[in-house]
Design a protein around this ligand. Structure first.
Ligand SMILES: [Fe+2]
Length: 249
């Protein structure tokens, strides 16, 4: 697995350089606007609950790896609660028409975010090889580690405005995303590295890593576009490109 881990690391470094990350780092933009994509991320944040519970988890576990994935799924499968709390804290809990909500969540502007979830289900639902599921989890965790770090930096600025701790976007979530599977084990990284893969498994693992990172990159690109088109206090209406600078009138 060592080579797969190295490949994930390489992909992670590239993911850290994407335009979405630069946008999050741009302090000339109001922190609320840098997180204006948050409501549009809902299809993934909420589907991730089912992905952990129904797809990754298998009780009772029939192997040590499945047990580790189960432990991981209980942790990551409950983070949607924080997402819901943050939506409330960020002022998105306004009543909108049910049909408008449906159109928003399944609309054109969240296609990539939904695809990211659909692909994870497609890859893992009938996958018999637990090692491939582990590769997917490790890839997701690597993207989460990078993105949640940058998002937590924005949330710190946001906190100075709202005086609220943001459980999903804030540092406490990043602290839970170590970059690796969250299982009760000392040095989980070394354990994973020591797993031997056949050539066929290695080849498939590389393809899966590529796929997960491509999906996350495209989805976060989509979120960048969303944040450039929607004022943070009007996420449910589409505008042209809006002024991004906090100093602009
Ligand atoms: Fe999480």
């Amino acid at each position: 697995m060592k080579e797969v881990q190295a490949f994930i690391e390489e992909k992670k470094q590239k993911f850290a350089q994407t335009p979405f990350m630069k946008f999050l780092q741009d302090k000339s933009i109001d922190p609320r606007q840098r997180l204006a994509w948050a409501p549009a991320f809902a299809p993934f944040a909420m589907s991730f609950k089912d992905f952990n519970r129904n797809i990754l988890r298998k009780e009772p576990a029939d192997s040590q790896l499945q047990e580790m994935i189960n432990q991981h799924s209980y942790e990551d499968g409950r983070h949607w609660v924080w997402f819901v709390q943050d939506m409330k804290l960020m002022g998105y809990d306004n009543p909108i028409n049910y049909t408008d909500t449906l159109k928003f969540l399944w609309g054109e502007e969240t296609i990539k975010v939904r695809k990211m979830a659909y692909d994870l289900f497609a890859i893992c639902t009938f996958e018999e090889d637990i090692l491939m599921k582990l590769v997917v989890v490790e890839s997701i965790e690597a993207t989460g580690n990078v993105a949640l770090y940058e998002i937590a930096q924005v949330a710190k600025e946001l906190q100075q405005i709202t005086f609220q701790h943001h459980p999903y976007f804030g540092e406490s979530h990043f602290a839970k995303e170590t970059g690796h599977i969250q299982a009760e084990m000392d040095d989980v990284e070394r354990f994973i590295e020591s797993i031997q893969l056949t050539e066929a498994q290695k080849e498939k693992a590389f393809t899966l890593v590529e796929k997960v990172f491509a999906d996350f990159t495209e989805a976060m690109d989509e979120m960048l576009t969303f944040a450039q088109k929607h004022p943070y206090d009007q996420p449910f209406t589409t505008m042209g490109n809006i002024k991004q600078s906090r100093t602009a009138a």
